[in-house]
Every structure is written in structure tokens, then in C-alpha cells.
Design a protein around this ligand. Structure first.
Ligand code: G1P
Length: 320
């Protein structure tokens, strides 16, 4: 992701919720926060912080639990290590290490109870003063020419309304995401369209469209009072979701969906992490050649295994 030509946006803050247990990554997450699980040699959260900084965001608020203090250590200077690299003239490595010293732009807010995404956002946003803010979810890593949150900040600066980043997902995946409901059905294929609601993880039958919310939001500060009104402790039907406050919010303000450009990886799943690792390896000039060769060898092995399998299956079919 390249640094883009940054024009001053009205959106200056981003919240990155990172307080969850990371149960899908157990046993690893018994000792290491999921956000520090690496894509190659960088913790995934570093890539999200990059997205924010390359978008011109001035302040990043990480919402963490007290179990996850390690995350901040990554963004603080490690002076003995820097001295060691200097003494060995390892200037290139020193440059990479120093780039991670980002504690000046990152602030931590603790979420003492894990009451879900809406509550995490509220925990951070209640300290803001009537200003718009962005949200980046750590489970959604998105590779794009222009950072996704920057694409959305550009739209926000024109519209002044809350905006949610969406992309089409396959039908069998609709029940994994919040799905937006376009206000006018004939606009649903526009890149930017107004919504009249969203349903969290609907069945295929109940899904109001195929556009899934993929972890990027910009909200006007006015959403905070609707987040405050959610009853986080009375959740008979499971966790309170962010979209649960949309119906009331939409009575006062508009929300738009924006179909962003970029390739998204589901870091909430081990497959997603594996896919991101493969793609990032292929882009890393130091290792891409070796990895390509490895993938081509694997592909031919898989191909010959599957064609043998096809051959056997067909033989069995034919041998009635
Ligand atoms: C959350 C949101 C959901 C969104 C998803 C994107 O769900 O509640 O609306 O589509 O992130 O990754 P979670 O994956 O935390 O269950």
C-alpha cells in the first residue's frame, strides 16, 4: 500500500477494536494476542495501522483488554535492540524497526468487559468531541492501491454522512456478515448507495442484498447516543451488534454503503490468514521467486493427484 497524496480530511481518528479472545486461533492466542499473529514478518495489526496512517489519520485508538498489553509494546521503541542494530551497522533492519515506533499516534482505551463490537466502539468514541471517526476491524485485512479507509474518507468529505464499506459476497457466506439493505433497490449496484438498514448474519432467505459489511466504517459523532442506548446487559438473543442501533439512527440521519476497491482477507479464520500469507509472500521481492517455484511444484503435484483421482473415478463409473 503506497502513501497517497493526502488532502486534509474531516476524519482524523480511527478506532481499531482489538479486545476479543481470538478463540479460533487457540492454542496460539493463549499467550499471544491474535492481532500479533504475523503475516510474514509483521503482526497483522501493523498492516491495519499502516492503512490508517497512509490514509492521513492522525490518531489511532486501540480498544484492548488488559490481557493484551503486549500489542502496545510492538509500537513502542526498543532502545537496546536499536543500539544493537546500530553497533552491527544493520541500517536497513534498523529502519524497519524504527518504522514500528508509532506510540505517538496510537492511544489505548481499555474495554474491561467483552461486550462486543458496538460496546468496543462506544468505549473509545465516548471520549471524542462531536467529530466524525473511522473504524477498522482487525479481522478484515484489505489490500488495495488506495487504502480503503482513505477511499471512504474521500466520500465522507463530499457527503458528510456515515458510510459503511461493503463488497458482494457469495450466497453461502451471507450468514457470516452484517448485510445492508439498499434504500432504493435500483441503486444497489452503484458504488455508493443509501441504505435503509442492515441485518446481522441473516439466513440466505432473509438477506436483504448480497452486500456485506467488511470491517470499515466512518460514523458521524451523532451515532454515539444510539450506541449508548443499546442494552448491552440484556442480550437474550446473543451479543448486541453494531447494526442493532441502525434502525433508530436512520430515523435521524442517513447512512450510505460504499463498495470499496480492494482484495479482502478474512483474518478471523485460519484459511484467511493462510491465503493472506501466500499473497503477501508472492509480493515480497526477497522471497517471491522461491515461493512461486514452491507453489508451481505443489500445483503440479495437486494436479497429477486430482487427475489420477478423476481417472479412477471415471474408470469406476465406466466399469458398470
Ligand atoms: C462483525 C460485524 C459484522 C461484519 C463483520 C465483518 O462481525 O458485526 O456486521 O460484517 O464484523 O468482518 P464478527 O465477524 O465480529 O462476528
Amino acid at each position: 500500500m503506497k502513501q497517497t497524496n493526502i488532502q486534509k480530511s474531516k476524519v482524523k481518528k480511527v478506532i481499531i477494536p482489538a479486545a476479543g479472545w481470538g478463540t479460533r486461533f487457540l492454542p496460539m492466542t493463549k499467550i499471544i494476542p491474535k492481532e500479533l499473529v504475523p503475516i510474514l514478518n509483521r503482526p497483522s495489526i501493523d498492516l491495519l495501522v499502516d492503512e490508517a496512517i497512509n490514509s492521513g489519520i492522525e490518531e489511532i485508538i486501540l480498544v484492548i483488554s488488559t490481557r493484551k498489553q503486549e500489542i502496545m509494546k510492538y509500537f513502542q521503541p526498543n532502545i537496546p535492540l536499536e543500539e544493537e542494530l546500530k553497533s552491527k551497522n544493520k541500517w536497513e533492519l534498523l529502519k524497519h524497526v524504527k518504522k514500528t515506533n508509532r506510540d505517538a499516534v496510537i492511544r489505548v482505551v481499555y474495554q474491561y468487559e467483552q461486550l462486543g463490537l458496538a460496546h468496543a466502539i462506544l468505549t473509545a468514541a465516548r471520549f471524542f468531541k462531536n467529530e466524525p471517526f473511522a473504524v477498522i476491524l482487525g479481522d478484515d485485512l484489505i489490500k488495495s492501491k488506495i487504502p480503503v479507509i482513505k477511499q471512504m474518507m474521500n466520500e465522507y468529505d463530499k457527503l458528510g454522512c456515515s458510510i459503511i464499506g461493503v463488497q458482494n459476497v457469495e450466497f453461502d457466506k451471507l450468514n457470516k456478515y452484517g448485510i445492508v439493505k439498499p434504500k432504493n433497490n435500483n441503486e444497489k449496484n452503484n458504488k455508493l448507495f443509501e441504505i435503509s438498514g442492515a441485518i446481522e448474519k441473516p439466513s440466505i432467505q432473509k438477506a436483504p442484498s448480497s452486500k456485506a459489511i467488511l470491517g470499515r466504517y466512518i460514523f458521524n459523532y451523532s451515532i454515539v447516543k444510539f450506541l449508548e442506548d443499546l442494552d448491552y446487559y440484556n442480550n437474550n438473543s446473543g451479543e448486541i451488534n453494531l447494526v442493532d442501533c441502525f434502525d433508530k439512527y436512520l430515523k435521524e440521519e442517513k447512512i450510505y454503503a460504499y463498495e470499496f476497491d480492494g482484495k479482502r482477507y478474512d483474518l478471523g479464520s485460519i484459511e484467511g490468514f493462510a491465503m493472506a500469507t501466500i499473497d503477501y509472500s508472492l509480493e515480497n521481492k526477497d522471497i517471491s521467486h522461491t515461493i512461486k517455484k514452491h507453489i508451481m511444484n505443489l500445483a503440479s503435484e495437486i494436479y497429477s493427484e486430482t487427475s489420477l483421482l478423476d481417472f479412477n473415478l471415471n474408470k469406476n463409473k465406466g466399469g458398470k
